[in-house]
Design a protein around this ligand. Structure first.
Ligand SMILES: *Cc1c(COP(=O)(O)O)cnc(C)c1O
Length: 406
């Protein structure tokens, strides 16, 4: 019989767009003893987490809580709780995760209306608003920070325009939350989904969501409480109940709210992690955190340019936490990534779809977004590219980054 040794994970420098390195304080929090989910000591932590999520989403919404599951579980919870079969959903797609929104909406019976632009671009906000006026959808579902292309879609005009037209906005801010401003109230967004394993720097496994009373009204109209826990007052006929039990926001809301209606068993250790990750984030300060992400982005970009490499997302709408580098002609991108991992213990990412084999994506997110990591990835990349006889400028990468830091 095989005897397995205890886990011995190698130490890595993770410079991908997630999952990223986790602050040791978060790892410590995860070793906190388990509490029952209705223990007042635990429900207090749940309430504190909700409060810190409101601050992180920059919202006064009553509802801000994590869905248990990876980030897409938050997307799925919001979309399946809102979409009734035949509802019109408009999805402007500018990368992989726009396709994911489409995919989820489609599976829940939406009548889809798509807009597409080339990967590497974002939409002119007025073009989206014009399409909203034409299609008159119930929902516009759109990505904020598109990790597949390193681009960030401005939403400050789309949100208010949709509000005025009575159209709900559902925004995937999984990659941007905690690394770049996501102003839920100011941009008048109705439902926003964040991620843990990106700029919040907590392991993957929860999806923070927030939504306002417009969304809540729809949830209330579709609400159907699970038989085994329902009271007589909960029983009523609902024309189109939410199709998922696990992702039913109306029940999750009762679980996170004062009623504490039993639903799933909360992921205790993940809640500790999220609470600690948010505490660290707010302790640093939102603005300070965004500035830190911009500083290391600037140093990384200077280093990449110094090496004579070309950036794919050198654009005004660049997502500050993902830097995409064009793979030089004749260089095997996967071989470079392998050598970075096996010789240096550094992980960077490739990309998807039309960008597969074309670019590397380097994340500067959360706890991974540090000076020593940026300098290390630049020096290692230079060494590896020399081994691949790539035509680069030798000796300038780290120096240009240091110029930014000094
Ligand atoms: C990472 C990511 C997701 C998916 O997250 P999972 O945690 O893997 O489910 C969704 N949207 C965006 C923009 C992302 O970057």
């Amino acid at each position: 019989m095989t005897k397995y040794r205890e886990i011995h994970a190698p130490l890595r420098t993770i410079m991908t767009p997630g999952p990223v390195e986790v602050d040791p304080r978060v790892l410590r929090a995860m070793a906190t003893p388990i509490l029952g989910q209705f223990d007042p000591a635990f429900t207090q932590m749940m309430n504190e987490t909700m409060d810190m999520l409101r601050q992180t989403f920059q919202t006064k919404n009553q509802w801000a809580f994590p869905v248990d599951g990876t980030s897409r579980s938050g997307l799925e919870a919001v979309l399946c709780s809102l979409i009734e079969p035949g509802d019109k959903v408009l999805v402007p797609i500018f990368g992989r995760f726009g396709h994911l929104l489409t995919e989820i909406a489609e599976r829940h019976g939406a009548e889809l209306h798509l807009m597409e632009c080339p990967w590497g671009e974002v939409f002119d906000q007025q073009a989206v608003i014009d399409e909203v006026k034409r299609v008159q959808p119930k929902i516009v579902a759109i990505v904020h920070g598109e990790t597949s292309t390193g681009c960030m879609q401005p939403l400050d005009l789309i949100g208010p325009a949709c509000r005025e037209l009575g159209v709900l906005t559902v925004v995937d801010a999984v990659a941007s939350i905690g690394g770049a401003p996501v102003k839920v109230d100011e941009w008048q967004l109705d439902a926003v989904i964040g991620g843990t394993q990106k700029c919040i720097s907590v392991p993957s496994g929860m999806a923070p969501v927030t939504y306002n009373e417009r969304v809540e009204q729809i949830l209330a109209s579709r609400k159907k409480v699970e038989r085994g826990v329902a009271l007589d007052s909960d029983r009523r006929d609902v024309a189109h109940p939410i199709r998922s039990n696990y992702f039913d926001l109306s029940q999750l809301q009762d679980y996170w709210g004062p009623r504490r209606l039993n639903h799933h068993t909360e992921a205790t250790s993940m809640l500790y992690a999220l609470r600690e990750g948010l505490r660290i984030l707010l302790d640093e300060g939102l603005e300070e955190r965004f500035e830190r992400h911009k500083l290391h982005e600037k140093a990384l970009m200077a280093g990449i340019r110094g090496m004579g490499l070309e950036l794919f997302n050198d654009v005004a709408w660049k997502l500050p936490v993902v830097t995409c580098v064009k793979i030089p002609q004749g260089v095997d991108g996967e071989s470079v990534r392998n050598m970075l991992l096996h010789q240096f213990g550094i992980e960077i990412a490739s990309s998807f779809g039309p960008l597969h084999g074309q670019i590397w994506r380097i994340g500067t997110m959360g706890y991974s977004c540090r000076k020593e990591n940026v300098l290390f990835v630049l020096s290692a990349l230079e060494a590896v590219l020399i081994r691949h006889t790539a035509p680069i400028v030798i000796g300038r990468g780290v120096q240009e980054a240091l110029n930014v830091y000094e």
